[in-house]
Design a protein around this ligand. Sequence first.
Ligand SMILES: C[S@@+](CC[C@H](N)C(=O)[O-])C[C@H]1O[C@@H](n2cnc3c(N)ncnc32)[C@H](O)[C@@H]1O
Length: 338
Amino acid sequence: MKSSGSAFRNVLPAVPSSGRRSALFALAAGSAGAVLGSAVHAQGAARPPEAARDAVVIRFDSSPYVPTPQKVVDEMLRMGRVGAKDFIVDLGSGDGRIIITAAQRLSARGFGVDLDPELVRQANALAKQEGVADRVEFFQRDIFKTDLTKADVVTMYLLPEVNMMARPKLLAELRPGARVVTHDYHFEDWLPDERITLDVPEKKVGTPGLAYVYLWIVPGQGAGRWQGKMPVAGGQVLPVEFNLEQRFQIMTGSVSVGGKPAKLVFAEMIGNDLSVIFSTEVGGRQVRHELLATTRGDAATGTVRAGNETPAPLLQGQAVLSRTARRAAYLGEAVPSK
Ligand SMILES: C[S@@+](CC[C@H](N)C(=O)[O-])C[C@H]1O[C@@H](n2cnc3c(N)ncnc32)[C@H](O)[C@@H]1O
């Protein structure tokens, strides 16, 4: 499952400014006062006057209710490759539309959590009305107290700060290969594996008229020294060694072929799949090699293709590697201890 990631890595919109956040809050204040009326936790903010204290909410671990337009819901599910075998969790599920659509149209199972009891009630009623209450359920629960270990796909439409607070939890609890799909906001230096922009004329919040949808595939741990043998252009089977560091899904480091340094062009971990592009000199010219291998612990098996011309490769063969030294991958800050 290779992504189109690198093409857009440098064109992420900035994490929305406080202006954009204000727009979301303003809309919520007008259309969904429930969230804005439930508690006050404005860390470091000036204390509001007594009368206003219960009416103003700024919870830094929460986001107001703004529903995702159906067109964006459909795209989120498409990008998350949601199917009948998947268990999907929506963090901050509102009226339940993402999970209910996944069950109705794609036969997925799952649950949603929301702080707002009225939205949870509505979502469960809608699930019943739509005939999917046997496959989905909604709970009044904080996303930070929600077990994500069962999820194949997690969806989120939350404020940028809340995404960042949830990031360590997602990386700690989700299995490699699980997908995270967000509407509008991203995870800063954990770059998405895919991203699209949709025209949504009726959308009035965020960037009016536009919706950003992002996909991440939780990376497995691929860092370390991998050694083995593989065929290279020219037909020889040579010893290869990759020394790889890992930052989220991106790998950097060095490669040698037949004991000589080669050029590491690109490497990444998509779930448990290690993909490495390198070039090595064969017959006086640099030839591109692409390794695609599935890792299982310290073993990796896959295929290598060599050749500068597509579609016909010069060579295609089996690659078998083993990790002789592990290194810890950097997957962001750890989950804060409770
Ligand atoms: C922008 S709405 C998105 C609703 C729905 N996911 C959708 O896309 O239509 C965000 C929702 O997250 C809920 N929420 C915010 N912070 C939360 C938290 N810490 N735990 C659970 N729910 C939360 C809010 O009550 C709100 O309904």
